[in-house]
Design a binder for this molecule. Structure first.
Ligand code: NAP
Length: 295
């Protein structure tokens, strides 16, 4: 009780995530931990908003002076019509996950792009001038494709089970970035000459597909010169893809830090302040301990 009395005062701002459902959201844990670590005077909640109430919710939030909102499934596209401006990365992806209050209305951003970039960079890997094999063409893959191009990759190869979706993603990205982009069907992965970085942004390895890997051939990593594998999945903590790559001496990273760093990026936007690499890593360590013990 004492904690609540000292934590929530008349000056305390409210931030929130909206979506449907949102009960499972890890965002309140992340941002409330960040408030404690940084000492900022805010609390963060989760609010379930039905699709027919999105417009009213955004209007109401603005009138209440809510300074920042995260948006999750299924409202990431619907909110775009309700904003006064949209950042370039969010426009490329066609989805918004972060809103910032301004005098003219909310401005929309997509911090998944920044989160994926921070995650890979903080692990010490540079995407610049590398050939990236991106597996997947859904929401997470869209964000990772922009990350790869934004970070200056030499070539982006997009592989997806449904190759048409990979082609659509490639066409969309090449309208914004001057980067060599190819597509390949999942079943022809072996036709890829070489790639230094692999990003898995499919659901293969997650849920009922846990134990499966999008790359079945374990000789792939050495044959193609793979240096680093990033899997957007974080449950299970180590997917089959990461296990196989690790056994072949490749450096690996799961998606947990992307989840944390997209939240860091949202706060950097809301509070107009860069968080140091040390602070980002401290948060990641604290939260990964909590997540592995409780989730
Ligand atoms: P999504 O939009 O539904 O896309 C799913 C992707 O998985 C599509 O490319 C789909 O291919 C592919 N796929 C599904 N089943 C497959 C199968 N049996 N074989 C081969 N490919 C298959 O989902 P999403 O939102 O992008 O999420 C993708 C993954 O990223 C999820 O595991 C999610 O947990 C993770 N994620 C992580 C973060 C993070 O912060 N770390 C953020 C977002 C998402 P088709 O196009 O052929 O259907």
């Amino acid at each position: 009780m004492k904690d609540i009395f000292s934590r929530v005062k008349g000056t305390t701002s409210v931030f929130t995530v909206i979506g449907c459902p949102v009960k499972h959201s890890f965002s309140p844990v992340i941002h409330n931990t960040m408030a404690l670590v940084t000492g900022r005077d805010f609390i963060y909640t989760a609010m379930e908003v039905q699709s027919d109430c999105v417009q009213g919710a955004i209007k109401g939030a603005y009138c209440l002076g809510i300074k920042g909102i995260n948006v999750t499934v299924p409202h990431k596209v619907a909110v775009m019509d309700l904003l006064c401006d949209i950042d370039k990365k969010a426009r490329v992806i066609g989805a918004v996950n972060t809103l910032k209050y301004t005098e003219d209305g909310y401005v929309g951003y997509n911090t998944d792009v920044i989160g994926a970039g921070y995650a890979i960079k903080n692990k010490g890997y540079e995407i610049k001038d590398k050939t990236v094999l991106l597996i997947g063409a859904g929401g997470a893959a869209n964000a990772c494709a922009v990350t790869a191009c934004d970070e200056g990759c030499k070539k982006l190869i997009i592989a997806n089970r449904t190759e048409d979706k990979a082609k659509r993603l490639a066409k969309n990205i090449s309208a914004f970035y001057d980067c060599e982009i190819e597509t390949v069907s999942m079943k022809d992965l072996n036709s890829v000459d070489s790639c230094e970085l692999i990003i898995n942004a499919t659901t293969v390895g997650f849920g009922d597909k846990a134990g499966l890997s999008p790359i079945e051939d374990k000789s792939f990593y050495k044959a193609k010169g793979v240096e680093f594998v990033f899997d957007a999945i974080y449950t299970p903590w180590e997917t089959q893809l990461l296990k196989d790559a690790g056994e072949q001496g490749v450096e690996t990273l799961n998606g947990f830090s992307m989840l944390i760093y997209q939240a860091v990026a949202a706060e950097e936007i809301w509070f107009d302040e860069k968080y140091s690499k040390e602070l980002q890593e401290e948060l990641c360590e604290k939260l990964s301990k909590y997540f592995r013990e409780n989730c």
